[in-house]
Structure formats: structure tokens, C-alpha cells
Design a protein around this ligand. Structure first.
Ligand code: MG
Length: 204
């Protein structure tokens, strides 16, 4: 399986990092070894001093597809969960300044914690109106709604599949809303999908 991620998909997050709004989705990947599942803690790595949380809705791809038409894209994922796109912002800033790839800043071990449970798509009343938020030590840091995405789920799937074949079991991180910020050892991160607590993560 592979992890595909969308960057710069919420206007307020683009503004907070002083990035340009892209015409087309910004796509990057994380390796399978980035996954952090089943309540495992996140161990703060020694190569960064500025790891940021980015809470994101995550799609679970349910069948293989290439050149997927946007109008059929909704049939290619069957469940939605929460994930954190941990980012070594210091490494990413260096890479961006030099025009170099983000792989190490985004794809390091443990950089993709996932909620243990994903909710079936059928349980959502409206895919364009899904609320989610992240608390750090009980304080709300990020709030998002899928309706605020610049490129919706269908557009993301159509775009990615022009270049990269989607396979059953792949995950798509759909971008983070504003409020990203650093985590530190001892933090407790809690992710909510609508009002349901689905993700709990300790930083060690
Ligand atoms: Mg992200």
C-alpha cells in the first residue's frame, strides 16, 4: 500500500505558512513505514526540533483505478478516518528554500498516525460537510470542515489517478486546515471526527 497526501488544500493554512495557492493539487507521498497504528506513541525524532501536527481527513481506497472520472471517484473509497501528517517543519523549510523534495520532512518513521477506526462512507450524511478537529493537551488547535477544501475528494482522486494508479488499501491524506503548530514530548493529541473521539496519541 501507499500513502498519498495533498498539500495546500485549505486557504487559511496556505496563508499561515505564506505559501502560494496552487492551481492544481500539490501531491506528495509517505512510505508505508510512516504509519503509526493501534495507539502506538509517537517518538520525537532526533533530526528535528520543529515537528508540527497537521490533522487531516484520510480516505481509505477500496478498489484499484487509473484515470478515474470525478463523477465516479466516490466509488473508489469506502471509509474515512483521521490522520496526522507530522511534518518536520525545519527540514521542510530548508528543502523548500532550495527547491528540493520534502520526502524526509514528511515521510519519516511514525509521521503518519492513523485513527484505529475508519467510519464507512455511508455513515456520513454529506461528504462536503464533515467536521473534524484536533486538541493538544485538551485545547483545540485545529478545526476543519471538508467543505473548505480547495480540491474536494473527487477532484483529488481524479487528479492523483492520472499519474499514479490507486490500489485497494491505499490511503489519501486530504490536507490540513489552519492552526498547525509544534508538538513537544509529553503532549497528548486527540482527534475528533464530528464529535467522536477517534484518535489519541502521546508524544514521547
Ligand atoms: Mg498535510
Amino acid at each position: 500500500m501507499k500513502i498519498l497526501c495533498i498539500g495546500r488544500n485549505y486557504a487559511e493554512h496556505i496563508a499561515e505558512l505564506n505559501n502560494e495557492t496552487p492551481d492544481e493539487p500539490v501531491i506528495f507521498t509517505k512510505p508505508e513505514t510512516a504509519l503509526l497504528q493501534r495507539g502506538m506513541p509517537f517518538f520525537y525524532p532526533d533530526f528535528s526540533t520543529d515537528i508540527h501536527h497537521e490533522i487531516e481527513l484520510v480516505l481509505r481506497v477500496s478498489k484499484n483505478g487509473k484515470n478515474i472520472d470525478p463523477k465516479f471517484a466516490h466509488t473508489y473509497f469506502d471509509a474515512i478516518g483521521l490522520g496526522i501528517d507530522f511534518t518536520a517543519r525545519d527540514l521542510q523549510s530548508k528543502a523548500k528554500a532550495k527547491g528540493l523534495p520534502w520526502d524526509l520532512a514528511k515521510g519519516f518513521d511514525g509521521s503518519a498516525p492513523l485513527s484505529p477506526t475508519f467510519k464507512p462512507v455511508a455513515e456520513f450524511a454529506d461528504l462536503a460537510n464533515i467536521n473534524f478537529h484536533l486538541e493538544v493537551n485538551g485545547e483545540v488547535k485545529q478545526r476543519g470542515n471538508s467543505g473548505m477544501m480547495l480540491h474536494n475528494f473527487a477532484a483529488q482522486i481524479a487528479y492523483i489517478s492520472r499519474f499514479i494508479t490507486l490500489k485497494m488499501g491505499d490511503l489519501i491524506f486530504t490536507g490540513t486546515p489552519s492552526g498547525v503548530g509544534p508538538v513537544k514530548i509529553g503532549d497528548q493529541l486527540t482527534g475528533y471526527l464530528e464529535d467522536e473521539k477517534v484518535l489519541e496519541l502521546a508524544v514521547k
